[in-house]
Write a protein that binds this ligand. Structure first.
Ligand SMILES: Cc1cc2nc3c(=O)[nH]c(=O)nc-3n(C[C@H](O)[C@H](O)[C@H](O)COP(=O)(O)OP(=O)(O)OC[C@H]3O[C@@H](n4cnc5c(N)ncnc54)[C@H](O)[C@@H]3O)c2cc1C
Length: 546
């Protein structure tokens, strides 16, 4: 059996694993990351993308609030191509306890979060679609962050610093060698090849799956699977993050993100064996839309695009029975100290927002275990895409002749790296996805450099298929490009197309009424009526004879 060797092996290609891989690679450690699906396919790709100021935690979880504001300031510098500095408001509605406003203000001040009391009129000037009945408002430095772009940029930088990443490869068990965790067994899900990855330190960054990884080593680290659901609406109804000024509850936040807005979130404890098979419940959609409408009345007149959910990777705390009561604090476990198991470290809890800090703490521990002295540099080293970029005006001049909307969105998504694939060759700027302005050049770059191995991965790298048509008019073009670029032959591209549409359908199914239903019917006409997609996927008679 093939054996791969390294110093640090990371399980999990969510933001925690990606950040840890990058930190280790920048310190000169030989590091490898294994992800069973795609990068950011776990909880990292299933959240609001809120760049917390920390205000949301300032009353109940001050430690997390302090971590959030510190990382908020760092990420705005090192990851600015993944961030929109929208600002945020906490607004009080007539039904809300007016006392919470003062508590929040006090909590923010104690945590060092800039928090200004502004009049209701001022709040409505900042966000004209806000409910006109609001009675009070606080302004905080919330923003939005694209979790897919952030994860991919961390991995790209790690790889450019010598790390290795294997996606669609599952860790199937730990290798124990004389009481030491010496690595793990892997299965390449695409080729079916099993292999061993041997490492001096194994980092378990597998989020809510961390409990399962620990159990392989006979270690009990119970997670508290708290499911949160969100709905996406078809327009960007707000430009500022809108939070309801009350203790965290369902439906109390609306986050703008690229071309859409998200209403979040619910909190439901689910049995651990349901984490693979998440479903958004009808009652969750009802409460999110009803409460979202209270913040921004336009929500009721806007088409719902899709619904999705994720599970918070919270480590269970005895006595706590509700997810919102558990701290979002970081849990770093050296299993040698806790359980006598040398070679295994678990990093869990925290937030997307605090991933860099979590990675720094983990890499510090890894270095101590390896006896290596290497300082963390991620506080100040920009991610690829967040380096020095030419102002948009200059880029636009350089690419004059190419539609400005294309130049603008490419520049926005990839920062200075856009120059690696945008060119005057009409093939490079030809549009594949009109909703999100994704070009053939960007698809090619994602396949060749960002490990997009199928259309679902491509969606996470580029936003292809995330806009109003949900892939209806771009998926077949992208599948065609995949065959042209080489990673998929004709039949494989057909299968990819089916998988992509089925994956999109999961998020559409809970919101199928009105315009969403009409749009889906149109998608069905194209893919089944016109292309006969499911017929194409069946083996031909001659194949069957073989
Ligand atoms: C509803 C909701 C809303 C949220 N909103 C926000 C927000 O707005 N802002 C914010 O900062 N945070 C938010 N969070 C929290 C944030 O999303 C998570 O803290 C963060 O994404 C966790 O990242 P992770 O890498 O630790 O876990 P994950 O992203 O789950 O990554 C773990 C990875 O491990 C992989 N894996 C598991 N088992 C194996 C195996 N055997 N072999 C190989 N790979 C394996 C999984 O496939 C997965 O990709 C939210 C969470 C939820 C649920």
């Amino acid at each position: 059996m093939r054996i791969v060797e390294c110093e640090v092996a990371v399980i999990g290609g969510g933001i925690t694993g990606a950040g840890t891989l990058r930190d280790c690679a920048l310190r000169g450690l030989k590091a490898v990351l294994i992800e069973k699906n795609d990068l950011a396919s776990g909880t990292t790709g299933r959240n609001h993308g809120l760049l917390h100021s920390g205000a949301r935690y300032a009353v109940q979880d001050p430690e997390s609030a302090v971590e959030c504001i510190a990382e908020n300031r760092i990420l705005k510098k090192i990851a600015h191509h993944c961030i929109e500095n929208t600002g945020g408001l906490f607004v009080t509605l007539p039904d809300d306890d007016p006392g919470f406003h003062a508590l929040l203000l006090q909590g923010c001040r104690a945590a060092g979060i800039e928090c200004d009391e502004i009049s209701a009129d001022h709040a409505r000037r900042l966000e004209p679609h806000l409910n006109p009945d609001i009675v009070a408002a606080l302004k905080v430095p919330d923003g939005t962050i694209d979790p897919f772009r952030l994860t991919s940029a961390n991995v790209l930088d790690a790889v450019e610093h010598g790390a290795k990443v294997m996606t669609h490869t599952e860790v199937t068990g730990l290798i124990v060698d004389r009481e030491r965790i010496a690595g793990f067994n892997c299965l390449d899900k695409r080729t079916g090849e099993p292999f061993e990855l041997r490492a001096r330190v194994v980092v378990n960054a597998s989020g809510v799956w961390g409990q399962k990884v620990c159990a392989w080593a006979g270690i009990d680290l119970p997670m508290f699977p708290s499911k949160g659901s969100m709905v996406i609406i078809d327009y960007r109804v707000n430009n500022v993050v809108i939070n309801r000024c009350r203790p965290p509850a369902d439906g109390d936040i609306i986050v703008p993100g690229d071309t859409v807005s998200l209403i979040g979130t619910t909190s439901k404890k689910i049995p651990y064996d349901e984490i693979e098979d998440l479903v958004v419940d009808d009652d969750e959609i009802e409460v999110l839309l009803a409460d979202g409408e209270k913040l921004i009345p336009n929500v009721s007149r806007t088409r719902v695009l899709r619904a999705y959910c994720g599970v918070r990777p919270l480590v269970a705390v005895s006595g706590k029975t509700f997810g919102r009561d558990i701290s979002r604090g970081i849990v770093l476990v050296d299993h040698l100290e806790r359980d006598g198991a040398e070679g295994l470290v678990t990093i869990a809890g925290g937030k997307l927002m605090t991933y860099r800090l979590m990675a720094e703490m983990t890499a510090d521990l890894v270095c101590r275990k390896l006896g290596r002295k290497a300082a963390c540099s991620t506080r100040s080293t920009p991610l690829p895409g967040s380096g020095k970029k030419a102002p948009l005006k200059k880029t636009a001049r350089r690419f004059s002749g190419i539609p400005q909307s294309v130049v603008g969105s490419t520049h926005y998504r990839h920062g200075e790296r856009a120059h690696r694939f945008l060119s005057r060759d009409p093939k490079s700027y030809g549009l594949i996805c009109e909703c999100e302005m994704v070009t053939a050049g960007e698809v090619t770059y994602a396949v060749r450099h960002l490990m997009a191995k199928d259309l679902i991965d491509l969606r996470r790298r580029t936003r292809l298929g995330m806009g109003p048509c949900q892939g209806e008019l771009c998926a077949y073009r992208a599948a065609g490009l995949f065959t042209e670029l080489g990673p998929a032959k004709g039949d494989e591209a057909t299968r990819m197309l089916i998988d992509f549409l089925e994956e999109r359908f999961k998020g559409l199914k809970p919101v199928l009424w009105g315009d969403a239903l009409r749009e889906l019917e149109f998608t069905y006409w194209i893919y089944q009526g016109l292309f006969g997609l499911t017929e194409l996927d069946r083996p031909s008679e001659s194949d069957e004879a073989d």
